[in-house]
Ligand binder design. Structure first.
Ligand code: 5GP
Length: 178
């Protein structure tokens, strides 16, 4: 078996803390959609794990959809170019949209996605991000619901990858040497 665990640095957010926070987020979000029925949009692939856990903490009617973007840059830094590679299948004009992101770093990806969805004139558009690195912000974006703020470290786990690996870790950790 590959000794991949030895490549991990420190655990920044343990599994139990994630579970508790996701439940709280579910309660916070439920207060905002008293009539239910938002389209909960996950951004592939990083937000897939968070999205799957979060929707099971939302105890009202909703639908789900996904978008995927490619951000160009090196392995751990965004260059600023964002391209849509998978679009929504739902028509969200007039709908309440909750966009679910894995992490807001510079804010470029989120800003692109918000602009893209706003063009379709949803009734409301809110953002729920699992993580945020406020120290890295280059564009001012509003995150309505946030899991955790983290320092300027490259992290993996709970959907976040390094070269497509580590997404299945149930906690958030740093990598050695990054
Ligand atoms: P932004 O456009 O805000 O700079 O970057 C957002 C995207 O960069 C995230 O959706 C994620 O894919 C990637 N990213 C930013 N920071 C990290 C990190 O610490 N770990 C991982 N795995 N991806 C990150």
């Amino acid at each position: 078996m590959l000794d991949w665990a030895s490549e991990l640095g420190e655990v920044l957010i343990p599994q139990e803390k994630i579970r508790e926070r996701v439940k709280e987020l579910g309660r916070e979000i439920s207060e905002v959609y008293p009539d239910g029925a938002p389209v909960v949009v996950g951004v592939l692939r990083g937000a897939s794990v968070f999205h799957a856990d979060l929707i099971r903490e939302l105890h009202f009617p909703l639908s789900i959809d996904f978008m995927a973007v490619a951000s160009y840059g090196n392995a751990t830094r965004n260059s600023g170019e964002v391209k849509l590679i998978k679009d929504l299948e739902t028509s969200v004009g007039g709908a309440d949209v909750l966009l679910v992101e894995d992490i807001v770093d510079t804010g470029l990806t989120l800003s692109y996605l918000l602009g893209n969805i706003r063009n379709r004139q949803p009734r409301s558009l809110r953002v729920c991000s699992f993580l945020s690195k406020p120290a890295r912000r280059a564009i001012d974006v509003t995150v309505d619901f946030l899991g955790f703020e983290i320092p300027d470290r490259f992290v993996v786990g709970y959907g976040l990858d390094y070269q497509q690996r580590y997404r299945n870790l149930p906690f958030v950790a740093t990598l050695k040497g990054i």
